[in-house]
Design a protein around this ligand. Structure first.
Ligand code: BG6
Length: 475
């Protein structure tokens, strides 16, 4: 609907941006840090490794000062588990603990609320080697122990913790490299239980609020065919509800549970698991949003054929069949490109209306305050000879998404804040540092570290103005 006037952003609205440890810190083996599964994975040709990234570990004071200059009232960053407990389950590393005290104190010095993600794709490699990572139930206890260290150390200074970043992407894209779907959903179940137990322990050990942090989005049917509408509803269970109904309502979504059971991949549930999920009460929902999903129905037979083609395509240069197979859930849906959704040059959606729909769906379904913890425009930027970086595309992107936030607030949604990806350039998960998201340019390339100088882009000044006016001046 079109509102005739828009409500202002709340006075205490959190304005800031987000990062993750392994993508920005560098210092991958310094001060006692153990390797994570990211450090030991092969480097994708043509992209950067994780050794230096944005050098944030050494330059966080300079970075946080720039965030303060932009007017941030929050900074979402992650703690690297292998910096706190290098082998995942052994001794605590005092230098790692001290480092995050310094980062938190630096934020607080400027009145910036730290929003801390406890786990952002960087499992201690030792746990992967020792027992296969999340496939083992032992990982639940080890994660909860690590979280307890963080709650005890930082819980008196930090108001907001996030448990696991984008668990749904890790499961859907099989980031753990599991041999079959049963294992994939078993590992996912362990993460759900770990998230529930960490939520409970947070409330027992400190006064902070805690939330899950999946990647959530509205799901559109490709056509108005009844089966495509059903596919959109089912895909919503697989893509969104599996990760939020469990922590918010303490139960797996029903139709998708039957789907998994009939295919022999519903996870084994141990005594106490569902009780932990029912007892865990998140205080808010954090979510990342990069554009809506679009799906169409696929029969079981056609879906299995697409999966077979995907296996054949693996290792060959047949990306088309590989991607279709990846996006297929036999008998449920296949993810497709929405011909009516704008895209960045990297093929990521630009869909502010989808953000408003997603906010509405989350609020109406769960009735918990919402925090947008990622949203952003990752594209190459040019550093001009005069030392400026003009990024009007990023400003346009931010403008329309912030406007969508205001429309959702006017709709009645309780939105706590907006924390796009990212304050400064960092290394993308698969596409190197050339895919830049920051409002601060980091002077380095994928294969040349240069001086990693920090350079304010045009979007830096634009966001500064937007924050200063509490979202009123988006010109
Ligand atoms: C989210 C992740 O999926 O998207 C971030 O939480 C990631 O870690 C961001 O960097 C952008 O994706 P990409 O692949 O462009 O880095």
């Amino acid at each position: 609907m079109e509102h005739l006037t828009l409500k202002p952003f709340p006075k205490d609205f959190l304005w800031g941006a987000s990062s993750s440890a392994y993508q920005c810190e560098g210092a991958w083996d310094e001060d006692g840090k153990g390797p994570s599964v990211q450090d030991t994975a092969p480097v994708i040709p043509g992209t950067s490794d994780w050794k230096v990234c944005s050098d944030h570990y050494h330059r966080f004071k300079e970075d946080i000062a720039l965030m303060a200059e932009m007017g941030f009232t929050e900074y979402r960053f992650s703690i690297a588990w292998p910096r706190i407990i290098p082998d995942g389950d052994g001794e605590i590393n005092p230098k790692g603990v001290a480092h995050y005290h310094e980062v938190i104190d630096e934020c607080l010095k400027y009145g910036i609320n730290p929003v801390i993600t406890l786990y952002h794709f960087d499992l201690p490699n030792a746990l992967q080697v020792k027992y296969g990572g999340w496939l083992s139930r032992q990982c639940i206890d080890d994660f909860v122990r690590y979280c307890e260290v963080c709650f005890r150390e930082y819980g008196s200074k930090v108001k907001y913790f996030l448990t696991i970043n984008e668990q749904n992407m890790m499961t859907m894209f099989n980031m753990g490299g599991y041999a079959n779907d049963k294992d994939r959903y078993q590992a996912n179940h362990h993460m759900l239980v770990a998230m529930a137990k960490a939520t409970i322990r947070c409330h027992e050990l400190c006064d902070a609020w805690i939330a899950p942090a999946p990647n959530i989005t509205a799901v559109y049917p490709l056509t108005s065919a009844p089966l495509d509408n059903l596919a959109a509803m089912d895909y919503d269970q697989l893509r969104n509800r599996l990760y939020l109904d469990t922590i918010c309502f303490g139960k797996y979504p029903e139709a998708f549970s039957v789907y998994l059971e009939q295919r022999g991949c519903f996870p084994d549930i141990a005594e106490g698991d569902m009780e932990a999920m029912a007892a865990a009460k998140p205080d808010f929902i954090a979510f990342n949003y990069y554009g809506a999903s679009c799906v169409k129905y696929v029969s079981n037979e056609d879906g299995l054929a697409a999966k077979a083609k995907m296996r054949d395509a693996q290792g060959k240069a047949d990306m088309a069949n590989f991607m279709v197979g990846m996006m297929t859930e036999p008998g449920l849906a296949v993810g497709v490109t929405n011909p009516l959704q704008e895209q960045t040059s990297y093929g990521m959606g630009i869909d502010p209306v989808g953000l408003r729909i997603t906010l509405r769906q989350l609020w109406e379904r769960y009735q918990l305050p919402l925090l947008i913890t990622e949203n952003g425009c990752g594209v190459p930027d040019t550093l001009e000879e005069d030392g400026t970086v003009h990024d009007p595309y990023r400003i346009d992107y931010l403008r329309v998404h912030i406007k969508a936030c205001q429309e959702a607030i006017t709709d009645g949604v309780h939105l706590m804040g907006y924390s796009p990806w990212s304050a400064f350039d960092l290394v993308s998960t698969h596409q190197g540092i050339k895919k830049r998201y920051g409002m601060i340019y980091i002077n380095r390339d994928d294969n040349d570290l240069k001086d990693c100088a920090r350079i304010r882009k045009d979007s830096f000044y634009w966001y500064q103005k937007a924050i200063k006016s509490n979202g009123e001046d988006l010109s």
